[in-house]
Design a protein around this ligand. Structure first.
Ligand code: PEP
Ligand code: MN
Length: 402
């Protein structure tokens, strides 16, 4: 192991360590890392995920106490001795360690997190995940997944008409809301449980896998009896009891981004589901609040490459809620595919002007028919580069029965 610090043109310095073929080079904001000039490592130095800088000159007994406390909470600890101060390198459940405010412990100066490798969404965890099978369709294996359907299930005949048509012209999956999270309690709330047999009917008649939103942890079991994939809506991304419940089932989850959430918060929401034992999570960007915008939300297409870099999870985009207006949907959908999205969620209605929810942003059947081949063409034109960051996404080789 090599460990040291590198001068940079900026006033900050870069810590580097090289362990088992992996290097870390991390900008440091610590006041005094000069001790790293002369460090000696314990013989069994570890590949650290977190570094704890102890206060300069901290007595050995107090150092031991901190070490014991860290080990008690499950960390593997390795000592790095500096000339003025010592450091602990940690491995373990970093997410849990991060919640302990170690930097406020007496005798601790600073804490730095180097890696996210303990997270279930981290790229190297892909191998332990099953492929994401939604009905007969497999998500995130280099093919573009197109999900289409009305915002809400309004009546059986209409749902079937829309599903038949989008299925014929290229949708891979059908989505329709039974339970709708509406801003106003006076707005149409969805048919609720009455929509579930309709969704079942759609699957039987079209063969399309079904996605529908689950709003409440108490409904998870009932909705998963019908749905091939459960949607968690933007407003529920922070509903931790719902997320925990979804960790207990084996139905895939489409986790939408909270419209005021950072990527880190979104990933932690995914971690709730993944760490509960359900590895079948797809992220869906759907637009976020932005103070500078004249519109309700701005679609964050830059999130796609970041998520592909940091996670193995498939990344979908919802250009319908990300735009709020049908005329803006096609261009955002095309841009999302060009930016590397693994799938799209597009609201489609046979008569958007009559829709009971989100009609303004719904494409007509004709508009959807026209858009799908364009999207597929963009994906084909991108070829390998469309998935260059998605090698972490799980493959199809080993299936898991639902
Ligand atoms: C929806 O998908 O119809 C919906 C309400 O989406 P979101 O949760 O992203 O607002
Ligand atoms: Mn909607």
């Amino acid at each position: 192991m090599r460990c040291g610090w590198l001068p940079d043109t900026s006033p900050s310095w870069y810590f580097y360590s090289h362990v088992d073929g992996r290097s870390y080079c991390t900008p440091l904001l610590l006041a005094d890392w000069s001790a790293l000039h002369e460090v000696s490592m314990e013989p069994k130095a570890i590949n650290p995920e977190m570094i704890v800088a102890l206060a300069p000159g901290l007595a050995a007994t107090r150092r031991r106490r901190i070490r014991e406390r860290l080990e008690t909470v499950g960390a593997t600890v390795s000592l790095v001795e500096g000339s003025e101060r010592h450091y602990f390198e940690l491995r373990g459940e970093i997410a849990a360690l991060q919640t302990l405010s170690i930097d406020s412990w007496p005798g601790v100066d600073k804490v730095m997190v180097l890696g996210e490798s303990s997270m279930h969404w981290a790229p190297d965890k892909a191998k332990s995940c099953a492929p994401i099978q939604v009905g007969s369709h497999t998500v995130g294996v280099g093919e573009l997944t197109i999900i289409a359907g009305p915002c809400a299930i309004e009546e059986e005949e209409r749902a079937l008409r829309i599903a038949e048509r989008v299925g014929t012209t290229g949708a891979d999956l059908f989505r329709g809301g039974a339970y709708k999270p509406r801003t106003s309690p006076y707005a149409f709330q969805g048919l609720g449980a009455d929509a579930l047999p309709i969704l079942e009917q759609v699957r039987n008649q079209t063969g399309l896998g079904i996605i529908t939103e689950v709003l409440d942890a108490r409904d998870v079991e009932r909705v998963s009896q019908v749905a091939d994939m459960l949607q968690v809506g933007s407003r529920n991304m922070h509903n931790y009891s719902l997320l925990k419940e979804l960790g207990q089932v084996s139905t895939p989850v489409l986790l939408k981004r909270g419209f005021a959430s950072t990527i880190d918060e979104w990933l932690m929401a995914a971690e709730y589901i993944l760490s509960g034992g359900n590895s079948l999570v797809v992220l869906c960007e759907r637009g976020i609040r932005c103070g500078a915008a004249s519109r309700k939300v701005v679609l964050d297409l830059g999130a796609i490459s970041e998520l592909k870099q940091r996670t193995h999870l498939p990344v979908f985009v919802d250009p319908s809620h990300g735009s709020g207006e049908a005329y803006r949907v096609p261009s955002l959908a095309r841009a999302a595919v060009a930016a590397g999205a693994d799938g799209l969620l597009i609201e489609v209605h046979d008569q958007p002007w009559e829709a009971l929810s989100d009609g303004r942003q719904a494409l007509t059947l004709e508009q959807f028919d026209q858009l799908v081949p364009e999207l597929r063409r963009i994906r084909t034109a991108l070829g390998e580069s469309a998935t260059e960051y998605s090698e972490h996404v799980v493959g199809t080789s080993s299936g898991e029965e639902r």
